[in-house]
Design a protein. Structure first.
Length: 937
C-alpha cells in the first residue's frame, strides 16, 4: 500500500520553508435565502499564497481556514508541476495503468460531471448538442486541463514534459485501452460509450452556462517562420460551438481533435496557452506501449516553431496561436481574455534575466537590473527570487545556494599577506606581522550558487569571492552576480554581434559550455536571429567578459526644457531619489506621440545602475522640483512593445526604428546616502564638518597657502574652506567625476563671486578633471593635500598607487587622508539604521560596508599598515587620528592619517612646469572659462 500522501502544504513547506507566505482572508457569505427572512451570513475563508516568483489564490472560499490553505498550496503545486511524491506512481507501468484508469474515470463516473473540473466545461458544450456528437471531445482538451494526466505521461516517458505531441500519443494509446470510452480510429476524439443519465447532464449544464452572446477574442498568431511578423487575429466564438473548433479553423487543422494545447504560460493564474495543429502523423492504434515514443524526430523537425517553443518550454510545431481562452475551476463559463502583442512581448521579457526585475518594478523602460545589492535600497523582487523565477521560466531546476561560514581571522591573515601587494623586501612587510584584531571577530558568510540542467548536470557554478556578515546578504549578492552574468550573456545575444563566446571561467562564474548551450539552445535560436546558423553560434566557445564595470562611464543626457529654479538639493551618489517620469515614442517629424510608460513615483539609488545610464545622467543634472526632457537611445523593439500596453495596437503600423524615445522627468525627493544619514544622525557636528575643522586646524598650524583636495567630489571641503578664515591663497580640486566637478564649480563660483564683492584678497581656485593616480606637475609641492573619504572608493591596489604617486611625485608638505574605520561599523549600524522594521526578521549585525560604492573598509590595523608602509618608503612621518567618537575602542568613526614630509638637504624644489599635465582644467577662478560649464551656472 502506498504511504499516505503528504499534504500540499507539507510539500510546499518542504520546498520553500519560510519563504511560503499564506494570507487567509475572512469573507462573510450569504447562506439560506429563506423567503421573507433577512439573509443570513457565515464566515468563509479564502487564501493567498506567495512563493518566490509565484503568487496564487484560491478561486473559491472554504469553511475552514486550513482547507483554504491546503487548496492554495495545491494550486501552487499544480502551477509548479510538483506532485506530492506519494501520489505519483514510480514506475512507468504503474503510471500507464493509472493513466488508463484516469481517462476512464472522466467518462464512466457520472459524479465527475458535477465536479468543478474544467474538463466538464468542455464536455458540457458537447452535451448541448444532438446526435452522435453528444459528449464527444477532443483528446487534447484532457491534456490541456488535467495536471494528473500530464504527470502520469511524464512518468511513462520523461520527454512528455516538453512534448505535447508525445502526450497526445500516450493518451491516445491509453484511451484505446480505457474501459467505457470510445476513441475514434483515425482521429483524436474521445467520448463515453454509454450515454450519460439526464440527471447528471442537467447538473453539469446547471453549472456550466453556455455562450449566449457571440464573444470576440483577440489572439496572436506566432508564425513558425522566424522572420515572419506576429499577427493579431480576432476569433468569434458563437452558437455554443466548442471554442477549439474555431481555433482549429484558424490554424487550418483537420478538426479540433487535431489541435494541440501547450501548458499555461506566464503568470500562474493565466489561461494563456499556445494552440497548434498536430503535424500529419500516423496514428498507429495497436502500438505497444513500449514503442510509443517513436515520433518527434525526422521529417517534422523542420517546422518546429522556435518562438512558440521558447515561450512555453515545450516543442510546438508549425504556426501557433497564443490565446487566453479556456475552462477553469473559478469560472462557470468559458473564460476569455484578449491577448495582444504587448502580452506576448511581456512573456518574452519575463524570460530574460532582468525581465522580471523590470516588471516587478512596473518600469520596463526606465528600470534595469542593478549592479549592486543593498538591503536598504533594493526595490522589487529580490535577486534570489528573480534568479528562481528565471530558472523556472527557462525550465531549469531551482538554483542551489550553498552558504558557508568563513572565520574572520582567516580572512585577515589572507588580506595582510596577499593584498598589500608589497615586494618581499619592502619595509611594508615589517608591519604585516603586527596586524592583529583585538576584538572578537564575528563569522562571515559566503554563498556559492549552482544552476543545473533539466538532467541535473551543473551548467553554471558561481563561487563567491566576497564575504558578508549576514547569510541573507551573501545569498542575495551571489544570486545577483549570477543574474548579472546571465544578463550580460543575453544582452550579447540581442546585440548584433555575429559570434558569441562562452568562456569557461570569469569572475567566479564557471560555465560548462556544452550543457549550457544545450539547455539554452531554443533561447539562442530565438535571440540569435541575426546569425541564422544556430550550431555555429552554439559551438563558439571562447572568452566572454563579464563587463560589469559600467560604473565610471558617465554618459551625459542632453537635457532640454529644464524647468524650475535650482533648489540646491540634488541627487548625489548613493542617495535614494524619487522621480516621476513619462517615456513616449515620438515620430521623427514630431507629428505623433505614443505614451509608453509613466510613473508618478519611482524611487532608486543613484550609482547602482538601477536605471538606464541616460536617465541617471538626467536626474543627476537636476535638483529637487526641477523637470527636464531628453531624447534617449531607442531600446530594442521587443522592450518597447512590452512597455506599450495601451498603444500596442497603434504601434503595429509605426516604424519604430524611425522614432525617438522621449523622457520627461521630474525630481521629487532626495534622501541622502545611507552613509551620510548615519553620519549626520550620530554625530554633532556631522562628521563631514568635523573633517573640515580637522583640515582647517592643520592649514592654520602650517600657515598653508596652497591646498589640493584629491577626490574633491562636489566640492564640500573647498566650499567650506571659503567660509573659514584661513591663510589659503590657492585652492585646487581634482576628481574624475564630471558631475561632481560641475556641482563644485557651481557652488564655488557662487561663493567666490559674493566674496569678491566684499573682500580684496580672494583666493584663486581651479578644478581639474583627472585621476588622482596620475601625476600632474602643476600640483607639485603644495603645502597641503587632502584626500577625504576617497581611497575606499577605488580598489586597494589603486589606493596604494595613489599613495605612492602622491608621496613620491606630488610631494605635499602635509597630506591628510581619511577613510572609514571598519571596526566602528557595528556602532553606526546598531544605532542609526533607518527603517529598522524592514529588517525585523533579520538578526542585527554589521552590514558589509557603509556605502556599497566602497571597494573596501579597513580596520585601524589595516589602515595603519598601509599608511606606515607608504610613509617609510617615501620619507614622510605619519600620525594617526580621526573624527567621530572619542577615539577609544573601537577607534574613531573616520580614521585619519597625517603625513608630514621630512625635510632633507637634497629635496630640491624642482618646479617642472612643463612636466606631465594630464589633468584637464574644468573651471578656474578668476577668469573662469564660462562656456565650459555652460550657461546654467
Ligand atoms: N572628498 C569628497 C568626496 C568623497 S566621495 C568628500 O569628502 O565629500 C569619493 C570621490 O572620489 C568621488 O567624488 C569620486 O568621483 C572620487 N574618485 C574616485 N576615484 C577617483 C580617482 N581615481 N581620481 C579622482 N577622483 C576619484
Ligand atoms: Mg565614502
Amino acid at each position: 500500500m502506498a504511504a499516505a500522501a503528504p499534504t500540499p502544504k507539507a510539500v510546499v513547506h518542504q520546498r520553500f520553508g519560510a519563504k511560503a507566505r499564506y494570507t487567509v482572508e475572512e469573507v462573510r457569505e450569504a447562506v439560506g435565502g429563506c423567503p421573507g427572512l433577512a439573509p443570513q451570513t457565515r464566515s468563509v475563508y479564502r487564501c493567498a499564497l506567495d512563493l518566490p516568483g509565484l503568487s496564487v489564490a484560491t478561486p473559491g472560499t472554504f469553511l475552514r481556514k486550513k482547507d483554504a490553505e491546503q487548496a492554495a498550496a495545491q494550486i501552487a503545486l499544480d502551477k509548479l508541476g510538483i506532485q506530492p511524491t506519494a501520489n505519483i506512481p514510480s514506475t512507468p507501468q504503474e503510471a500507464w495503468d493509472e493513466l488508463i484508469a484516469r481517462i476512464s474515470g472522466f467518462f464512466i463516473d457520472e459524479n465527475f460531471l458535477s465536479s468543478t473540473h474544467p474538463l466538464v466545461g468542455h464536455l458540457c458544450v458537447t452535451l448541448r448538442r444532438t446526435g452522435d456528437l453528444i459528449g464527444r471531445i477532443p483528446l487534447p482538451a484532457i491534456a490541456a486541463c488535467d495536471v494528473k494526466v500530464n504527470t502520469l505521461c511524464k512518468v511513462i516517458d520523461h520527454r512528455a514534459e516538453f512534448d505535447p505531441l508525445l502526450v497526445l500519443s500516450l493518451m491516445y494509446n491509453a484511451a484505446k485501452q480505457s474501459p467505457g470510452v470510445s476513441v475514434s480510429d483515425s482521429n483524436f476524439w474521445i467520448q463515453s460509450e454509454k450515454p450519460y443519465s439526464p440527471e447528471a447532464v442537467e447538473l453539469a449544464l446547471e453549472r456550466w452556462s453556455g455562450t449566449t452572446k457571440p464573444v470576440e477574442v483577440e489572439v496572436i498568431l506566432v508564425p513558425h517562420v522566424l522572420e515572419d511578423e506576429l499577427k493579431t487575429v480576432r476569433i468569434n466564438l458563437r452558437d455554443n460551438e466548442h471554442y477549439m473548433s474555431y481555433v482549429a479553423a484558424e490554424l487550418s487543422a483537420i478538426d479540433s481533435s487535431h489541435v494541440l494545447v501547450s501548458r499555461t504560460i506566464g503568470k500562474a493564474s493565466s489561461e494563456i496557452r499556445l494552440y497548434f495543429a498536430a503535424p500529419n502523423i500516423h496514428v498507429v492504434s495497436d502500438i505497444s506501449k513500449n514503442s510509443l515514443a517513436c515520433h518527434g524526430d525526422g521529417d517534422i523537425n523542420w517546422q518546429v516553431n522556435k518562438r512558440a517553443s521558447y515561450i512555453c518550454g515545450q516543442t510546438i510545431y508549425g504556426d501557433a496561436l497564443l490565446a487566453n481562452i479556456g475552462y477553469t475551476r473559478r469560472d462557470s463559463e468559458l473564460h476569455t481574455k484578449d491577448v495582444n502583442l504587448c502580452t506576448y512581448y511581456r512573456i518574452l521579457l519575463g524570460k530574460l534575466p532582468d525581465g522580471n526585475c523590470k516588471m516587478s518594478r512596473d518600469s520596463i523602460l526606465a528600470a534595469q537590473l542593478p549592479s549592486a545589492y543593498s538591503r536598504f535600497s533594493w526595490k522589487g523582487l529580490s535577486p534570489r527570487d528573480l534568479l528562481c523565477s528565471f530558472c523556472r521560466l527557462q525550465m531549469l531546476p531551482e538554483p542551489q545556494f550553498a552558504v558557508s561560514r568563513v572565520s574572520c581571522d582567516m580572512l585577515m591573515s589572507a588580506v595582510s599577506s596577499e593584498e598589500r601587494g608589497a615586494p618581499a623586501d619592502s619595509v611594508e612587510n615589517q608591519y604585516t606581522n603586527d596586524v592583529r584584531i583585538n576584538k572578537e571577530t564575528p563569522d562571515l558568510f559566503k554563498c556559492e550558487v549552482n544552476i543545473r540542467s533539466r538532467k541535473q548536470e551543473i551548467l553554471l557554478e558561481y563561487s563567491a569571492a566576497d564575504t558578508w556578515s549576514k547569510e541573507s546578504d551573501a545569498i542575495q549578492n551571489s544570486a545577483l552576480k549570477v543574474l548579472i552574468w546571465f544578463n550580460n550573456y543575453f544582452k550579447k545575444l540581442t546585440s548584433k554581434t555575429d559570434k558569441l563566446y562562452l568562456s569557461e571561467c570569469t569572475d567566479g562564474v564557471k560555465i560548462h559550455p556544452n550543457i549550457f548551450l544545450r539547455e539554452f539552445a531554443m533561447c539562442l535560436s530565438v535571440y540569435g536571429k541575426t546569425g541564422g546558423n544556430d550550431s555555429a553560434m552554439c559551438n563558439a566557445v571562447g572568452p566572454f567578459s563579464m563587463d560589469t564595470q559600467r560604473k565610471h562611464l558617465e554618459s551625459t543626457a542632453k537635457l532640454t526644457h529644464i524647468d524650475g529654479p535650482d533648489s540646491g538639493v540634488f541627487p548625489s551618489h548613493g542617495s535614494l531619489t524619487c522621480i516621476s517620469y513619462t517615456a513616449s515614442l515620438v515620430t521623427k517629424d514630431k507629428a505623433k506621440t505614443y505614451l509608453l510608460e509613466s510613473r508618478n513615483e519611482f524611487e532608486f539609488e543613484i550609482g547602482t545602475d538601477a536605471v538606464s545610464n541616460q536617465l541617471e545622467s538626467c536626474v543627476t543634472q537636476l535638483s529637487v522640483n526641477q523637470t527636464a526632457c531628453f531624447l534617449a537611445e531607442l531600446p530594442p523593439r521587443d522592450l518597447i512593445m512590452a512597455a506599450a500596453f495601451e498603444v500596442s495596437h497603434d504601434l503595429s503600423n509605426v516604424s519604430i526604428e524611425s522614432c525617438f524615445l522621449e523622457f520627461f522627468v521630474k525630481v521629487l525627493q532626495v534622501t541622502e546616502p545611507l552613509e551620510d544619514r548615519m553620519e549626520k544622525a550620530l554625530f554633532s557636528p556631522p562628521l563631514s564638518k568635523q573633517r573640515v575643522e580637522f583640515a582647517v586646524r592643520h592649514i592654520n598650524e602650517l600657515h598653508a597657502t596652497t591646498l589640493v583636495d584629491f577626490g574633491c567630489g562636489s566640492g564640500s571641503l573647498l566650499d567650506s574652506l571659503l567660509e573659514h578664515p584661513t591663510t589659503l591663497e590657492k585652492l585646487v580640486g581634482v576628481d574624475i567625476s564630471r558631475k561632481g566637478l560641475t556641482r563644485a564649480a557651481k557652488s564655488l563660483h557662487q561663493k567666490l563671486s559674493k566674496k569678491s564683492m566684499m573682500q580684496t584678497n580672494v583666493p584663486t581656485a581651479v578644478l581639474y578633471d583627472g585621476s588622482i593616480t596620475d601625476y600632474d606637475s602643476r600640483l607639485y609641492g603644495f603645502d597641503i593635500g587632502t584626500c577625504l573619504e576617497v581611497i575606499e572608493h577605488v580598489e586597494e591596489d589603486q589606493a596604494t598607487l595613489f599613495g605612492n604617486v602622491v608621496l613620491s611625485s606630488f610631494r605635499p608638505t602635509v597630506l591628510i587622508v581619511s577613510t572609514p574605520n571598519y571596526e566602528y561599523n557595528p556602532i553606526l549600524q546598531g544605532s542609526a539604521m533607518p527603517n529598522k522594521d524592514d529588517e525585523a526578521d533579520e538578526s542585527v549585525g554589521p552590514c558589509k560596508f557603509r556605502n556599497h560604492d566602497h571597494k573596501f573598509e579597513w580596520t585601524r590595523a589595516q589602515f595603519q599598515c598601509w599608511a606606515t608602509g607608504l610613509a617609510v618608503k617615501h620619507n614622510y612621518s605619519v600620525e594617526f587620528s580621526g573624527v567621530g567618537g572619542s577615539g577609544e575602542e573601537p577607534g574613531y568613526a573616520s580614521q585619519i592619517a597625517v603625513f608630514r614630509r621630512m625635510m632633507q638637504g637634497q629635496e630640491a624644489m624642482c618646479l617642472d612646469k612643463d612636466g606631465d599635465q594630464p589633468y584637464e582644467v574644468l573651471w578656474e577662478w578668476p577668469n573662469a572659462c564660462e562656456e565650459k560649464i555652460g550657461t546654467d551656472l
